[in-house]
Design a protein around this ligand. Structure first.
Ligand SMILES: Nc1nc2c(ncn2[C@@H]2O[C@H](COP(=O)(O)OP(=O)(O)O)[C@@H](O)[C@H]2O)c(=O)[nH]1
Ligand SMILES: [Mg+2]
Length: 229
């Protein structure tokens, strides 16, 4: 039986976190919510919905994901697959089966849920987010011949492969770092189109000027770092 664990980084997602957890297929062995200094009921609601709740006090998306991985490394039973999904209910958690399917059926190492234009709700991604994703994936194609079209947060990877990546980004470079390392290590990957809707609650990243600029710099920084290697 394939063991799948889900990691959800969450910062003030009290109104959406339970919907994400409950929307995931029942076949998941553990849902791990990494609460990052939330000042609302994120932790309480996640626990009530059946998730394992971890606390990471250092602020940052990457810090939260790394905390989840540290926890898994120490747990009794290691999973075969790790899925990442955001806590804001923008993704459709029930699409998890679709996202992991290429790993299960075709033995692919890594899958990105791509928020394809026709499938995402209008306004679910900000213009700067659409542009940033386009630019990042365009540069990855130019420099590395990559076939990604998105840096979407909803993604699945074989646990053994993820360990080999030695992930280190502490903030919003997390998604692009993973994709660049997949390319560098010549692991196999694919994308599946996923739906995407307007989030519940307020955006912490792309909906803020600071978040957008910071994320943009981090993402481009990773790409240029790899392009000169
Ligand atoms: N752990 C952690 N998660 C964060 C932080 N900022 C945002 N998130 C989470 O990361 C996900 C994406 O953030 P979001 O605000 O939706 O960004 P957007 O999709 O670009 O608008 C959500 O699940 C947030 O709760 C943070 O500093 N730490
Ligand atoms: Mg979001």
């Amino acid at each position: 039986m394939t063991d799948i664990k889900v990691i959800i980084p969450a910062f003030n997602e009290a109104d959406s976190i339970a919907l994400v957890i409950k929307g995931l297929p029942r076949t998941i062995s553990e849902v791990i919510v990494v609460n990052n200094n939330s000042t609302d009921d994120t932790a309480k609601n996640a626990e009530a919905a059946g998730a394992t709740v971890l606390t990471e006090t250092r602020k940052g998306y990457g810090y939260a994901c790394l905390k989840g991985l540290d926890y898994i490394a120490l747990s009794a039973k290691q999973p075969n697959i790790i899925v990442f999904i955001d806590g804001d209910y923008s993704d459709y958690p029930e699409e998890l089966d679709k996202v992991v399917a290429p790993i299960l059926k075709d033995n692919i190492d890594f899958v990105v849920g791509a928020r394809t234009k026709g499938l995402r709700e209008e306004g679910s991604m900000t213009p700067q987010q659409v542009f940033g994703n386009w630019l990042a994936t365009f540069l990855m194609q130019l420099f590395f011949g990559a076939k990604f079209t998105d840096l979407g947060p909803f993604r699945a990877i074989k646990y053994e492969k993820l360990k080999e990546l030695n992930m280190e980004d502490k903030t919003y470079g997390w998604t692009v770092e993973m994709q660049l390392k997949i390319l560098k290590k010549k692991m196999t990957y694919t994308e599946v189109p996923v739906r995407y809707k307007r989030r519940i609650g307020v955006s912490k990243v792309s909906g803020t000027v600071k978040g957008s600029i910071f994320a943009g710099i981090k993402i481009l920084g990773w790409i240029f770092k790899y392009s000169i290697k």
